[in-house]
Design a binder for this molecule. Structure first.
Ligand code: EPZ
Length: 437
Protein backbone atom coordinates (compact mmCIF):
# COMPACT_ATOMS: atom_id res chain seq x y z
CA UNK A 1 0.00 0.00 0.00
CA UNK A 2 1.53 3.36 -0.96
CA UNK A 3 1.48 6.54 1.07
CA UNK A 4 2.46 10.22 1.09
CA UNK A 5 4.66 11.67 3.80
CA UNK A 6 3.93 15.38 4.10
CA UNK A 7 5.81 17.97 6.14
CA UNK A 8 3.16 20.64 6.60
CA UNK A 9 3.28 24.39 7.08
CA UNK A 10 4.94 25.33 3.79
CA UNK A 11 3.33 28.10 1.70
CA UNK A 12 2.53 27.06 -1.89
CA UNK A 13 3.80 29.43 -4.59
CA UNK A 14 4.28 29.19 -8.34
CA UNK A 15 2.11 27.73 -11.09
CA UNK A 16 0.43 24.42 -11.87
CA UNK A 17 -0.91 23.30 -15.26
CA UNK A 18 -4.26 21.50 -15.04
CA UNK A 19 -4.73 18.00 -16.50
CA UNK A 20 -7.54 16.98 -18.84
CA UNK A 21 -10.87 16.24 -17.18
CA UNK A 22 -11.18 12.64 -15.91
CA UNK A 23 -14.98 12.84 -15.97
CA UNK A 24 -14.91 13.95 -19.59
CA UNK A 25 -12.23 11.56 -20.85
CA UNK A 26 -13.99 8.43 -19.51
CA UNK A 27 -17.35 8.86 -21.35
CA UNK A 28 -15.59 10.13 -24.49
CA UNK A 29 -13.33 7.06 -24.62
CA UNK A 30 -16.40 4.83 -24.13
CA UNK A 31 -18.22 6.73 -26.91
CA UNK A 32 -15.41 5.81 -29.35
CA UNK A 33 -17.08 2.36 -29.50
CA UNK A 34 -20.08 3.72 -31.45
CA UNK A 35 -18.28 5.10 -34.49
CA UNK A 36 -16.07 3.03 -36.75
CA UNK A 37 -12.41 3.93 -37.33
CA UNK A 38 -9.49 5.42 -35.43
CA UNK A 39 -10.39 8.21 -33.00
CA UNK A 40 -7.64 10.42 -31.55
CA UNK A 41 -8.39 11.79 -28.08
CA UNK A 42 -5.93 14.41 -26.78
CA UNK A 43 -5.40 15.85 -23.29
CA UNK A 44 -6.48 12.55 -21.70
CA UNK A 45 -5.18 12.58 -18.10
CA UNK A 46 -2.81 9.73 -17.21
CA UNK A 47 -4.85 8.16 -14.40
CA UNK A 48 -5.70 4.66 -13.22
CA UNK A 49 -9.37 5.21 -14.19
CA UNK A 50 -8.24 5.95 -17.76
CA UNK A 51 -6.05 2.80 -17.66
CA UNK A 52 -9.11 0.75 -16.64
CA UNK A 53 -11.18 2.28 -19.46
CA UNK A 54 -8.46 1.43 -22.00
CA UNK A 55 -8.43 -2.17 -20.71
CA UNK A 56 -12.17 -2.42 -21.36
CA UNK A 57 -11.79 -0.94 -24.86
CA UNK A 58 -9.14 -3.54 -25.66
CA UNK A 59 -11.25 -6.32 -24.15
CA UNK A 60 -14.18 -5.58 -26.48
CA UNK A 61 -11.95 -5.53 -29.55
CA UNK A 62 -10.65 -1.97 -29.96
CA UNK A 63 -7.00 -1.34 -30.82
CA UNK A 64 -5.65 1.34 -28.47
CA UNK A 65 -2.35 3.22 -28.76
CA UNK A 66 -1.21 5.67 -26.08
CA UNK A 67 1.45 8.37 -26.14
CA UNK A 68 1.41 10.32 -22.86
CA UNK A 69 -1.95 12.17 -22.82
CA UNK A 70 -2.90 11.26 -26.41
CA UNK A 71 -4.95 8.07 -26.92
CA UNK A 72 -5.81 6.58 -30.32
CA UNK A 73 -8.81 4.21 -30.28
CA UNK A 74 -9.49 2.12 -33.40
CA UNK A 75 -13.00 0.72 -32.92
CA UNK A 76 -13.24 -0.93 -36.36
CA UNK A 77 -13.40 -4.44 -34.94
CA UNK A 78 -15.54 -4.18 -31.85
CA UNK A 79 -16.68 -7.76 -31.20
CA UNK A 80 -17.35 -8.50 -27.54
CA UNK A 81 -20.29 -6.98 -25.71
CA UNK A 82 -19.47 -8.18 -22.23
CA UNK A 83 -17.29 -6.39 -19.69
CA UNK A 84 -15.45 -8.71 -17.27
CA UNK A 85 -16.47 -8.43 -13.62
CA UNK A 86 -12.91 -7.59 -12.55
CA UNK A 87 -12.83 -4.52 -14.80
CA UNK A 88 -16.36 -3.51 -13.79
CA UNK A 89 -15.46 -3.61 -10.13
CA UNK A 90 -12.16 -1.80 -10.73
CA UNK A 91 -14.11 1.17 -12.01
CA UNK A 92 -17.82 1.38 -11.31
CA UNK A 93 -18.30 4.21 -13.85
CA UNK A 94 -17.68 1.59 -16.58
CA UNK A 95 -21.49 1.49 -16.71
CA UNK A 96 -21.01 4.27 -19.25
CA UNK A 97 -20.10 1.54 -21.79
CA UNK A 98 -23.70 0.29 -21.70
CA UNK A 99 -25.03 2.93 -24.07
CA UNK A 100 -22.05 2.63 -26.40
CA UNK A 101 -22.20 -1.17 -26.67
CA UNK A 102 -26.01 -1.09 -27.05
CA UNK A 103 -25.64 1.35 -29.95
CA UNK A 104 -22.81 -0.53 -31.67
CA UNK A 105 -23.48 -4.21 -31.01
CA UNK A 106 -27.02 -4.29 -29.64
CA UNK A 107 -26.11 -6.82 -26.99
CA UNK A 108 -24.25 -6.20 -23.75
CA UNK A 109 -23.53 -8.00 -20.51
CA UNK A 110 -21.93 -6.53 -17.43
CA UNK A 111 -22.10 -6.92 -13.68
CA UNK A 112 -24.00 -4.37 -11.64
CA UNK A 113 -21.38 -1.77 -10.69
CA UNK A 114 -22.38 -1.83 -7.05
CA UNK A 115 -21.87 0.96 -4.58
CA UNK A 116 -18.71 2.65 -3.46
CA UNK A 117 -17.44 4.65 -0.50
CA UNK A 118 -19.63 7.67 -1.28
CA UNK A 119 -22.94 5.96 -1.79
CA UNK A 120 -25.03 3.11 -3.19
CA UNK A 121 -24.65 4.53 -6.71
CA UNK A 122 -27.76 2.84 -8.23
CA UNK A 123 -28.12 2.83 -12.03
CA UNK A 124 -31.93 2.66 -12.26
CA UNK A 125 -32.06 5.95 -14.19
CA UNK A 126 -29.60 4.57 -16.77
CA UNK A 127 -31.59 1.36 -17.25
CA UNK A 128 -35.03 3.03 -17.40
CA UNK A 129 -33.74 5.49 -19.99
CA UNK A 130 -32.17 2.79 -22.18
CA UNK A 131 -35.39 0.77 -21.99
CA UNK A 132 -37.29 3.79 -23.32
CA UNK A 133 -34.88 3.76 -26.30
CA UNK A 134 -35.84 0.16 -27.02
CA UNK A 135 -33.30 -1.85 -25.03
CA UNK A 136 -34.53 -5.04 -23.35
CA UNK A 137 -32.68 -5.27 -20.04
CA UNK A 138 -32.79 -8.11 -17.54
CA UNK A 139 -30.99 -8.20 -14.21
CA UNK A 140 -30.10 -11.53 -12.65
CA UNK A 141 -27.50 -12.62 -10.15
CA UNK A 142 -25.89 -9.22 -10.01
CA UNK A 143 -25.45 -9.10 -13.79
CA UNK A 144 -27.21 -7.01 -16.42
CA UNK A 145 -28.06 -8.41 -19.84
CA UNK A 146 -29.06 -5.85 -22.45
CA UNK A 147 -30.34 -6.67 -25.93
CA UNK A 148 -31.91 -4.57 -28.68
CA UNK A 149 -33.90 -7.02 -30.83
CA UNK A 150 -35.30 -4.20 -32.98
CA UNK A 151 -32.39 -1.79 -32.56
CA UNK A 152 -32.69 1.47 -30.65
CA UNK A 153 -35.32 4.10 -31.44
CA UNK A 154 -35.75 7.75 -30.43
CA UNK A 155 -37.93 8.60 -27.42
CA UNK A 156 -38.69 11.30 -24.90
CA UNK A 157 -36.74 10.51 -21.73
CA UNK A 158 -37.36 12.51 -18.56
CA UNK A 159 -34.82 11.95 -15.76
CA UNK A 160 -36.16 12.26 -12.20
CA UNK A 161 -32.67 13.49 -11.23
CA UNK A 162 -30.14 15.18 -13.57
CA UNK A 163 -27.79 12.20 -13.38
CA UNK A 164 -24.46 12.82 -15.15
CA UNK A 165 -23.93 9.16 -16.04
CA UNK A 166 -27.50 8.54 -17.15
CA UNK A 167 -27.36 11.66 -19.36
CA UNK A 168 -24.14 10.40 -20.93
CA UNK A 169 -25.53 6.92 -21.55
CA UNK A 170 -28.62 8.37 -23.27
CA UNK A 171 -26.58 10.75 -25.45
CA UNK A 172 -24.26 7.95 -26.58
CA UNK A 173 -27.06 5.44 -27.22
CA UNK A 174 -29.39 7.92 -28.97
CA UNK A 175 -26.85 9.12 -31.60
CA UNK A 176 -27.61 6.24 -34.01
CA UNK A 177 -31.12 5.39 -32.76
CA UNK A 178 -33.93 5.59 -35.36
CA UNK A 179 -35.65 8.93 -34.86
CA UNK A 180 -35.29 11.79 -32.43
CA UNK A 181 -34.63 11.61 -28.69
CA UNK A 182 -35.53 14.41 -26.32
CA UNK A 183 -33.82 14.23 -22.94
CA UNK A 184 -35.55 16.24 -20.22
CA UNK A 185 -33.87 17.23 -16.93
CA UNK A 186 -30.48 16.37 -18.41
CA UNK A 187 -27.30 16.98 -16.40
CA UNK A 188 -25.68 20.30 -17.37
CA UNK A 189 -22.08 19.65 -16.27
CA UNK A 190 -19.36 20.90 -18.68
CA UNK A 191 -18.36 17.26 -19.24
CA UNK A 192 -21.77 16.66 -20.85
CA UNK A 193 -21.11 19.45 -23.38
CA UNK A 194 -17.63 18.07 -24.03
CA UNK A 195 -19.07 14.61 -24.75
CA UNK A 196 -21.72 16.12 -27.07
CA UNK A 197 -19.02 18.11 -28.91
CA UNK A 198 -17.05 14.91 -29.47
CA UNK A 199 -20.11 12.97 -30.66
CA UNK A 200 -21.07 15.80 -33.06
CA UNK A 201 -17.53 15.68 -34.44
CA UNK A 202 -18.24 11.99 -35.10
CA UNK A 203 -21.31 12.97 -37.14
CA UNK A 204 -24.01 12.99 -34.46
CA UNK A 205 -26.76 15.64 -34.39
CA UNK A 206 -26.98 16.72 -30.74
CA UNK A 207 -28.30 20.12 -29.72
CA UNK A 208 -28.89 21.74 -26.33
CA UNK A 209 -26.05 20.04 -24.40
CA UNK A 210 -25.34 22.05 -21.27
CA UNK A 211 -29.02 22.91 -20.99
CA UNK A 212 -31.76 20.99 -19.19
CA UNK A 213 -33.29 19.72 -22.46
CA UNK A 214 -31.08 17.99 -25.03
CA UNK A 215 -32.27 16.84 -28.48
CA UNK A 216 -30.56 14.04 -30.43
CA UNK A 217 -31.57 13.37 -34.03
CA UNK A 218 -30.51 9.82 -34.80
CA UNK A 219 -28.14 9.32 -37.76
CA UNK A 220 -27.35 6.10 -39.61
CA UNK A 221 -23.82 5.77 -38.22
CA UNK A 222 -20.93 7.69 -36.69
CA UNK A 223 -17.39 8.01 -38.04
CA UNK A 224 -14.09 8.48 -36.21
CA UNK A 225 -12.98 11.91 -35.04
CA UNK A 226 -10.26 13.79 -33.17
CA UNK A 227 -10.98 15.63 -29.93
CA UNK A 228 -9.19 17.52 -27.16
CA UNK A 229 -10.64 16.92 -23.69
CA UNK A 230 -11.53 20.01 -21.61
CA UNK A 231 -9.45 20.85 -18.52
CA UNK A 232 -10.40 19.23 -15.21
CA UNK A 233 -12.35 21.80 -13.17
CA UNK A 234 -12.22 19.59 -10.06
CA UNK A 235 -8.44 19.19 -10.25
CA UNK A 236 -8.20 22.98 -10.69
CA UNK A 237 -10.39 23.57 -7.63
CA UNK A 238 -8.35 21.04 -5.66
CA UNK A 239 -5.05 22.84 -6.28
CA UNK A 240 -6.80 26.11 -5.42
CA UNK A 241 -7.73 24.59 -2.05
CA UNK A 242 -4.10 23.51 -1.48
CA UNK A 243 -3.03 27.12 -2.10
CA UNK A 244 -5.84 28.54 0.05
CA UNK A 245 -4.99 26.44 3.14
CA UNK A 246 -1.25 27.26 2.96
CA UNK A 247 -1.52 31.08 2.64
CA UNK A 248 -0.43 30.44 -0.93
CA UNK A 249 0.08 32.55 -4.04
CA UNK A 250 -0.52 30.26 -7.03
CA UNK A 251 -1.23 30.52 -10.75
CA UNK A 252 -3.51 27.76 -12.09
CA UNK A 253 -2.92 27.37 -15.85
CA UNK A 254 -5.05 25.80 -18.58
CA UNK A 255 -8.49 26.29 -17.09
CA UNK A 256 -11.87 27.34 -18.52
CA UNK A 257 -12.94 30.13 -16.12
CA UNK A 258 -16.68 29.58 -16.68
CA UNK A 259 -16.37 25.99 -15.41
CA UNK A 260 -15.01 27.25 -12.08
CA UNK A 261 -17.91 29.69 -11.68
CA UNK A 262 -19.66 27.77 -8.87
CA UNK A 263 -16.44 27.76 -6.80
CA UNK A 264 -14.82 31.19 -7.33
CA UNK A 265 -17.35 33.06 -5.18
CA UNK A 266 -16.68 30.73 -2.26
CA UNK A 267 -12.90 31.18 -2.53
CA UNK A 268 -13.47 34.95 -2.39
CA UNK A 269 -15.76 34.50 0.64
CA UNK A 270 -12.85 32.62 2.28
CA UNK A 271 -10.85 35.84 1.76
CA UNK A 272 -8.84 34.72 -1.28
CA UNK A 273 -8.13 37.16 -4.09
CA UNK A 274 -8.88 35.60 -7.50
CA UNK A 275 -7.79 37.18 -10.79
CA UNK A 276 -8.71 35.54 -14.08
CA UNK A 277 -6.35 36.15 -17.03
CA UNK A 278 -7.66 34.21 -20.05
CA UNK A 279 -7.14 30.50 -19.32
CA UNK A 280 -5.05 31.29 -16.26
CA UNK A 281 -6.25 32.05 -12.76
CA UNK A 282 -4.21 33.71 -10.01
CA UNK A 283 -5.16 32.89 -6.42
CA UNK A 284 -3.71 34.80 -3.46
CA UNK A 285 -4.73 33.50 -0.06
CA UNK A 286 -4.96 35.51 3.18
CA UNK A 287 -2.89 34.64 6.23
CA UNK A 288 -5.98 32.90 7.61
CA UNK A 289 -9.20 32.04 5.75
CA UNK A 290 -12.53 33.42 6.96
CA UNK A 291 -15.30 30.90 7.55
CA UNK A 292 -17.90 30.61 4.80
CA UNK A 293 -21.31 30.40 6.51
CA UNK A 294 -22.96 27.73 4.37
CA UNK A 295 -22.01 25.52 1.41
CA UNK A 296 -24.58 23.24 -0.25
CA UNK A 297 -23.58 20.82 -3.01
CA UNK A 298 -25.84 20.79 -6.07
CA UNK A 299 -25.84 19.51 -9.67
CA UNK A 300 -24.09 21.94 -12.06
CA UNK A 301 -24.19 24.93 -12.22
CA UNK A 302 -24.42 24.60 -8.42
CA UNK A 303 -21.42 23.99 -6.14
CA UNK A 304 -19.93 20.61 -7.20
CA UNK A 305 -20.18 17.65 -4.82
CA UNK A 306 -16.66 16.61 -5.90
CA UNK A 307 -15.32 19.77 -4.25
CA UNK A 308 -17.15 19.18 -0.94
CA UNK A 309 -14.36 17.27 0.80
CA UNK A 310 -11.50 19.61 -0.25
CA UNK A 311 -13.60 22.62 0.78
CA UNK A 312 -14.19 21.01 4.17
CA UNK A 313 -10.44 21.11 4.81
CA UNK A 314 -10.47 24.85 4.09
CA UNK A 315 -13.40 25.29 6.48
CA UNK A 316 -11.47 23.27 9.11
CA UNK A 317 -8.70 25.90 9.31
CA UNK A 318 -10.83 29.02 8.66
CA UNK A 319 -11.69 31.59 11.35
CA UNK A 320 -15.30 30.96 12.38
CA UNK A 321 -17.85 28.22 11.85
CA UNK A 322 -19.11 26.89 8.52
CA UNK A 323 -21.83 24.45 7.49
CA UNK A 324 -21.64 22.05 4.54
CA UNK A 325 -24.72 20.24 3.27
CA UNK A 326 -24.09 17.31 0.88
CA UNK A 327 -27.26 16.97 -1.20
CA UNK A 328 -25.98 14.72 -4.04
CA UNK A 329 -24.50 11.58 -2.41
CA UNK A 330 -25.79 9.99 0.76
CA UNK A 331 -22.50 9.10 2.44
CA UNK A 332 -19.83 11.48 1.26
CA UNK A 333 -18.37 12.41 4.68
CA UNK A 334 -15.93 9.47 5.03
CA UNK A 335 -13.03 11.95 5.22
CA UNK A 336 -14.41 13.52 8.43
CA UNK A 337 -13.02 10.97 10.95
CA UNK A 338 -9.60 11.37 9.31
CA UNK A 339 -9.76 15.17 9.44
CA UNK A 340 -10.61 14.85 13.15
CA UNK A 341 -7.32 12.95 13.62
CA UNK A 342 -5.58 16.08 12.26
CA UNK A 343 -7.31 18.13 14.97
CA UNK A 344 -10.30 19.45 13.03
CA UNK A 345 -13.51 20.27 14.94
CA UNK A 346 -16.39 18.84 12.86
CA UNK A 347 -19.87 17.68 13.84
CA UNK A 348 -21.88 15.60 11.38
CA UNK A 349 -25.59 14.93 11.43
CA UNK A 350 -26.85 13.05 8.35
CA UNK A 351 -25.91 15.06 5.27
CA UNK A 352 -24.95 18.16 7.26
CA UNK A 353 -21.50 18.91 8.67
CA UNK A 354 -20.79 21.81 11.04
CA UNK A 355 -17.11 22.79 10.95
CA UNK A 356 -15.65 25.00 13.67
CA UNK A 357 -12.39 26.34 12.28
CA UNK A 358 -9.26 25.73 14.39
CA UNK A 359 -6.11 27.90 14.23
CA UNK A 360 -3.81 24.92 13.68
CA UNK A 361 -4.06 21.33 12.49
CA UNK A 362 -1.45 18.84 13.70
CA UNK A 363 0.16 16.14 11.60
CA UNK A 364 -1.18 12.59 12.00
CA UNK A 365 -1.41 9.23 10.21
CA UNK A 366 -4.61 9.16 8.15
CA UNK A 367 -6.11 7.01 5.39
CA UNK A 368 -8.05 7.94 2.25
CA UNK A 369 -11.28 6.08 1.54
CA UNK A 370 -12.29 7.81 -1.69
CA UNK A 371 -10.82 10.03 -4.40
CA UNK A 372 -11.82 13.54 -3.33
CA UNK A 373 -11.71 12.71 0.39
CA UNK A 374 -8.12 11.64 -0.21
CA UNK A 375 -7.28 15.06 -1.62
CA UNK A 376 -8.94 16.68 1.40
CA UNK A 377 -6.55 14.76 3.69
CA UNK A 378 -3.52 15.75 1.61
CA UNK A 379 -4.60 19.40 1.81
CA UNK A 380 -4.99 18.92 5.58
CA UNK A 381 -1.43 17.60 5.76
CA UNK A 382 -0.12 20.57 3.77
CA UNK A 383 -1.83 22.95 6.22
CA UNK A 384 -0.94 21.05 9.40
CA UNK A 385 2.08 21.58 11.59
CA UNK A 386 4.40 18.59 11.66
CA UNK A 387 4.36 15.39 9.62
CA UNK A 388 1.26 13.76 8.12
CA UNK A 389 1.11 10.33 6.49
CA UNK A 390 -1.73 9.72 4.04
CA UNK A 391 -2.32 6.03 3.24
CA UNK A 392 -4.28 4.33 0.40
CA UNK A 393 -3.16 6.44 -2.53
CA UNK A 394 -4.93 4.15 -5.00
CA UNK A 395 -7.91 6.47 -4.49
CA UNK A 396 -6.17 9.72 -5.43
CA UNK A 397 -4.29 7.96 -8.25
CA UNK A 398 -7.70 7.53 -9.90
CA UNK A 399 -8.18 11.28 -10.37
CA UNK A 400 -4.97 13.29 -9.95
CA UNK A 401 -2.03 12.93 -12.35
CA UNK A 402 1.45 13.59 -10.89
CA UNK A 403 -0.11 14.99 -7.71
CA UNK A 404 3.01 14.94 -5.51
CA UNK A 405 5.23 16.26 -8.33
CA UNK A 406 2.85 19.17 -8.95
CA UNK A 407 2.64 19.96 -5.23
CA UNK A 408 6.45 19.75 -4.81
CA UNK A 409 6.85 22.14 -7.74
CA UNK A 410 4.66 24.55 -5.75
CA UNK A 411 6.92 24.25 -2.71
CA UNK A 412 5.18 21.49 -0.75
CA UNK A 413 7.32 19.01 1.18
CA UNK A 414 5.66 15.77 0.08
CA UNK A 415 7.13 12.42 -0.93
CA UNK A 416 5.57 9.14 -1.96
CA UNK A 417 6.57 5.76 -0.54
CA UNK A 418 5.41 2.71 -2.44
CA UNK A 419 5.57 -0.76 -0.93
CA UNK A 420 8.39 -1.81 -3.23
CA UNK A 421 10.32 1.35 -2.29
CA UNK A 422 9.71 0.56 1.36
CA UNK A 423 10.94 -3.01 0.85
CA UNK A 424 14.03 -1.76 -0.96
CA UNK A 425 14.66 0.77 1.79
CA UNK A 426 14.48 -1.99 4.43
CA UNK A 427 16.81 -4.27 2.42
CA UNK A 428 19.22 -1.37 1.88
CA UNK A 429 19.30 -0.57 5.59
CA UNK A 430 19.82 -4.25 6.42
CA UNK A 431 22.61 -4.47 3.78
CA UNK A 432 24.40 -1.26 4.87
CA UNK A 433 24.19 -2.44 8.51
CA UNK A 434 26.02 -5.62 7.30
CA UNK A 435 28.78 -3.53 5.60
CA UNK A 436 29.11 -1.37 8.73
CA UNK A 437 29.98 -4.50 10.73
C1 EPZ B 1 -20.45 11.54 -11.99
O1 EPZ B 1 -20.86 10.37 -11.28
C2 EPZ B 1 -18.98 11.73 -11.65
N1 EPZ B 1 -18.21 10.57 -12.10
C3 EPZ B 1 -18.82 11.90 -10.14
O2 EPZ B 1 -17.42 12.18 -9.91
C4 EPZ B 1 -19.64 13.11 -9.69
O3 EPZ B 1 -19.54 13.23 -8.29
C5 EPZ B 1 -21.10 12.91 -10.11
O4 EPZ B 1 -21.18 12.68 -11.53
C6 EPZ B 1 -21.95 14.13 -9.77
O5 EPZ B 1 -21.43 15.26 -10.40
C7 EPZ B 1 -17.87 10.47 -13.41
O6 EPZ B 1 -18.24 11.29 -14.22
C8 EPZ B 1 -17.04 9.27 -13.80
P1 EPZ B 1 -24.81 10.92 -10.95
P2 EPZ B 1 -22.32 9.71 -11.60
O7 EPZ B 1 -25.38 9.85 -11.81
O8 EPZ B 1 -22.60 9.83 -13.04
C9 EPZ B 1 -28.06 9.12 -8.00
C10 EPZ B 1 -15.33 11.95 -8.89
O9 EPZ B 1 -14.93 12.13 -7.72
N2 EPZ B 1 -28.39 8.21 -9.11
O10 EPZ B 1 -25.00 12.35 -11.36
O11 EPZ B 1 -22.34 8.37 -10.98
C11 EPZ B 1 -26.71 8.78 -7.39
O12 EPZ B 1 -26.85 7.75 -6.43
C12 EPZ B 1 -16.66 11.25 -9.12
O13 EPZ B 1 -14.72 12.30 -9.93
C13 EPZ B 1 -29.50 7.38 -9.00
O14 EPZ B 1 -30.20 7.38 -7.98
O15 EPZ B 1 -23.24 10.70 -10.78
C14 EPZ B 1 -26.29 10.08 -6.77
O16 EPZ B 1 -26.92 10.21 -5.50
C15 EPZ B 1 -17.34 10.84 -7.82
N3 EPZ B 1 -29.78 6.52 -10.01
C16 EPZ B 1 -26.85 11.13 -7.73
O17 EPZ B 1 -27.87 10.45 -8.50
C17 EPZ B 1 -29.03 6.48 -11.16
O18 EPZ B 1 -29.35 5.69 -12.06
C18 EPZ B 1 -25.81 11.72 -8.68
O19 EPZ B 1 -25.31 10.67 -9.45
C19 EPZ B 1 -27.90 7.33 -11.25
C20 EPZ B 1 -27.61 8.20 -10.22
Amino acid sequence: MSRYIIEGGHRLQGSVCIQGAKNSALPILAACVVGCGEHVIRNCPQLSDVDATVEILRHIGCKVRRDADCIAVDSTNVTAGSIPDLLMHEMRSSVIFLGAIAARIGDAQLSLPGGCEIGLRPIDLHLDALRKLGAVITEEGGRIHLSCPDGLHGATVALSFPSVGATENVLIAACTAKGTTTLINAAREPEISDLADFLNRCGAHISGAGEGIITVEGVRKLHAAEHCVIPDRIAAGSYMIAAAVTRGDVFVENIIPAHLGPMVGLFESFGCRIDMEGRRMHLRAPKRLKAVPAIRTMPYPGFPTDMQAPFMTACAVAEGTGVIVETVFESRFRHVPELLKLGADIFVDGRTAVIKGVPVLNGAVVGASDLRGGFALIAGGLAAQGETTVHSLRHTDRGYHALDTNLRNLGARIRRINDDEEKDEKEYRAGSAGFAE
